[in-house]
Design a protein. Structure first.
Length: 338
């Protein structure tokens, strides 16, 4: 069966390409690191570079929690069984299926037949969990496979703020096996919480912070994955078919971002705080402007210890025109002393 790797996905702010930079800074500056807390994990790309450590992986979004369970949970899984289930879904003819997903999303981001299949898979995998056919890790691996396959064929430019009208929609979705070829610690912890709510509950060597930079809410861009992850089949609205997301918003995308970061940094129980924050400067689109100023970042981090800044030029994944090009990506490292 074909495989997928953790980076085979489009995600705003994904740091996969920056891993050599991040790893290099940690190796040079932090010495012996045994536990790594990815506080705003997103795809989990950064955690994937520290699988030799105990991992604590957190994200506010349920869809990222599920993918983190798949990639990093310490729970054992049966690779052969998962591959067999994925194959049986690939071979299943869903043309007679009608379900929440086909009723609400046919011929938008995906064709009707693909929506019939997505809804069928999502319902079935919950049944498998309930009846004990799969454990929670296996359940997460199957949903993760579904997310990655959807990303490959969605009629979007990388997120679900809108779909491309009139695009030719693929008639098939093929699931692939997540490629997990590393040994994990036995006590990894996967969390689905507000970063500020868990900051003081975790003891670690490094807390890596990669919060959203601007007012673009991830629950808006990835509402469709979140809908499938939570799967309580909400009403959806408008052309983009979004559900109510009022209880999913991040304070890091609002004017409260600076106060949030200050509270978070004050509460972390860690030897090092490593913060990613790019300096994309002032942009024409107001929502692209960074929420936290460099002065505030330095003031907040310095309150815990000595701060060093590392920079690299980097062109991140960006879906919008004229956004985020020619960025300089920065890492702020705080050696915690107080
Ligand atoms: C810049 S992205 C992280 C990207 C990630 N480092 C990667 O490589 O994929 C920011 C992430 O923070 C999450 N997030 C936003 N507000 C949060 C909060 N208050 N607590 C935890 N996670 C949050 C978003 O869901 C998003 O996945």
């Amino acid at each position: 069966m074909d495989i997928i790797n953790i980076n085979n996905r489009r995600y705003l702010g994904n740091k996969y390409k920056l891993l050599p930079f991040i790893k290099g800074v940690v190796e040079r500056e932090c010495g012996d690191v045994r536990s790594f807390f990815d506080v705003f994990a997103g795809t989990g790309a950064v955690a994937s570079a520290f699988t030799d450590c105990r991992l604590i992986v957190n994200d506010l979004m349920r869809s990222n929690y599920i993918t983190a369970l798949a990639w990093f949970s310490s729970e054992h899984f049966d690779r052969v069984k998962v591959a067999e289930i994925l194959s049986s879904f690939n071979n299943f003819n869903a043309s007679n299926e009608s379900n929440y997903f086909s009723e609400n999303f046919s011929d938008t981001y995906f064709s009707k037949i693909v929506c019939q299949k997505i809804g069928y898979i999502r319902d079935s995998v919950d049944e498998y969990l309930k009846s004990g056919v799969v454990n929670r890790r296996e359940w997460a691996l199957i949903i993760t496979s579904l997310f990655y396959s959807m990303d490959r064929i969605a009629a979007t430019c990388g997120h679900y703020d809108s779909f491309i009208q009139g695009a030719e929609l693929p008639q098939e979705i093929i699931l692939r096996l997540p490629n997990i070829d590393y040994n994990l610690a036995e006590d990894n912890l996967i969390l689905n919480c507000d970063a500020n709510a868990v900051a003081n509950t975790v003891n670690c060597d490094i807390a890596y912070l990669d919060p959203p930079y601007n007012s673009r809410q991830y629950c808006d861009a990835y509402h469709l994955l979140e809908n499938i992850a939570i799967w309580n089949k909400p009403k959806v609205f408008g052309v983009a078919r979004k559900m109510d997301r009022s209880n999913m918003k991040s304070e890091y995308c609002r004017t409260t971002a600076t106060a949030q970061l200050e509270e978070l940094v004050n509460n972390l129980k860690t030897r090092y705080i490593l913060l990613s924050y790019n300096n994309n400067g002032k942009k024409l689109q107001v929502r692209s402007n960074a929420k936290i100023s460099d002065d505030d970042i330095l003031r907040i981090l310095s309150s815990r210890g000595e701060v060093k800044i590392f920079t690299t030029d980097y062109r991140p994944f960006s879906a919008g025109k004229g956004e985020n090009t020619g960025n300089q990506e920065r890492l702020f490292l705080c050696v915690v002393q107080r």
